[in-house]
Design a protein around this ligand. Sequence first.
Ligand code: MN
Length: 739
Amino acid sequence: MIRIEEVIATVSGNRPNADIDLIRRAYLFSALHHRGQTRASGEPYLVHPIAVANILAEMRLDEVSVSTGLLHDVVEDTLVDIDTIRSYFGDEITLLVDGLTKIANISDLSKEKQQAENVRKMVLAMITDVRVVLIKLADRLHNMRTMQYLKPEKRERISQETLDIYAPIAHRLGMGKMRSELEDLAFQNLYPEDYKRLAIEVDARRPELEAALEKIEATITEQLTANEVPFVRIEGRVKRLYSLWKKLKKQKIIIEQVYDLIAARIITENDRKYCYLTMSVIHNIWTPVPERFKDWIAIPRDNLYQSLHTSVIGDGGQPFEVQIRTEEMHHVAEEGVAAHWKYKESNLGKKEEDEALDRLRKTVEKLLLPLVEETRDNEDSEDFIETLKLDLYPKDVYAFTPMGKVIQLPRGSTPIDFAYAIHSVVGDTCTGAKINGRIVPLRSEINNGDVIEILTTQSSKPSGDWLNHAVTSRARNRIRHWITQQQRTESIDIGRKLLEKEAEKFRVPLKKLTNNETEMKRIANDYGLSRPDDLFASIGYGKTLPRNVLAKFLGAEKFSELDPENQKQTRLKTGMKTGMKAVRKLIGMGEDAIIVRGVDNLLTTRAKCCNPLRGEDIIGYISLGKGIVVHNKRCKNVSQLMVNKERIVDVEWAKSEKEQIQSVQLLATTENRTGMLAGITNAIADIKTGIRDARANVSKDDIGMIEVTVEVYDKKHLDKVVGAIEHVPGVIAVERINI
Ligand code: MN
């Protein structure tokens, strides 16, 4: 168990001017309020805040961070409130504790939405002050180190969360050491068997690997010395178990096939020229593997990581990796943003310190903000978390504009991402792309070093389909934003038409209402909306009933007078039918016309869930962004849709000249006897009907289950097919499935 005096000694060692008194006060406050609480291990709770403070002290963070480490669970786990913290410790610590308390409950992984929301909150809190993320990571690290006392389910959940969120954030911030430890601990807890097996396998090879490393180190030392290239030290390492495990799984290989099981790292003095000199010596000793050389010094990774990587063929023909970097680069690689504190002069004035913090905050913003910035208003949380996960693992590619500007993108990016990375307008108006001078489809994956020219047309618009090919959050958000705009335009259109249709029922001239700007505005205001378009949109979304809008326009008396419900008598006399009038139109797909009663000129699409067949009973549902979606009346989704009654519209099949073929899936239950499948397919072929697919299964209770996909024109045709199958001896029943 760590004592507070050790923490204080570490802080004073690193920062002679630190306010040690603050740390002591935070310690006493924490001890007082956590008094009597215990951890799962049975130890006093205070052990945890002290350990967290110690991790922060070892990261050379300031006394404010260390004190916050001591206080980080006080508001969350005791009766102390945030105002009490403020009165004792001031605004700076309060802000940090508050940020930590807000993200304390990010643990319900079962609910993706909640997780997404929490991650978003967390990232935003972290951007406010980078120390929030460092303290949170220290907190998580200590919890991971001591999780053996927790129940297995809890251990699993926390480990998964660590792999999904915390390790990637550490990685994003360049904190290599933190990331490695979090990943290895999570791996060990999530997949204990794989971990044990792999550990045994690696241990069995260890003497051999270490001997090889020793030999490599000796050769490098000898050659660098002979060539008078100075270096600080050489480190040999065996690949971490988690990254080894990931590699074996991903590439489906065995441990013997892993070429980078061992690696050497050469740390040079703080001048990049020594890195390049060292590299040339290495390439002189061993032959480099072509295309495995990476210069992260000239083009640093966006988490500021810098290093030269090269793979060479070792003496026994076994390739291994060599990393070369300066001492300073090495610190950044290990500590990431936290490294910024390391080189800070301890006698820095308050102003310089503020400036340093400010620079750091900007860096963190640059790394984390793209994860949330345009997503904040976005409703689609699941999409957000997917995008986030993708962005957190930057396996980047570098591509160039024709002018030679470097654009850094995650692996898997396409010209769409590239276009949006240049400018949102370039993305929006992009129509094609040339990679290395050749025209390519927009879905093409970008490779390192590609020169990409984006072709644009001013009038061109993004396509929803691009979401399948864009991977960066920047591009995806922009495309989604555009789709949302589109949906609004469309719902305004639908709303206007629904209102006009209602007006027609009341025999109020259509345009008299919708063209009366002042009246429309008054009614919109009544609904708390500012413009007529908002009102139309609200009707189109199904939030506002057109009937109610009309009532507001006509006034109660006139409304009731004109209400067709009250006019049945009149109508019968004149022989006029209800206001509903079938207006021909609306082509859904191809020649497949569907008439929407009473509403002209709306987009219709066939519901994918039930794929209604010509002649079947159908129903229309006004769906956001898709116009009217036509479902089979028996579709399992229809009852749910009925909840929004105002969005249901009557639709019917229009007469069509051309007949359309459609695939329909049928399930025949049969006696379990041989030749059933052949009998059924023959019966279908006999009535000249196409078969797309047919497969036979036997259920547990010995019933034959034969699934056939047939090609039919309409309901009548389908009925004929069903009849034919029913007549096959042994068939018990036939039904249409997947609707
Ligand atoms: Mn904690």
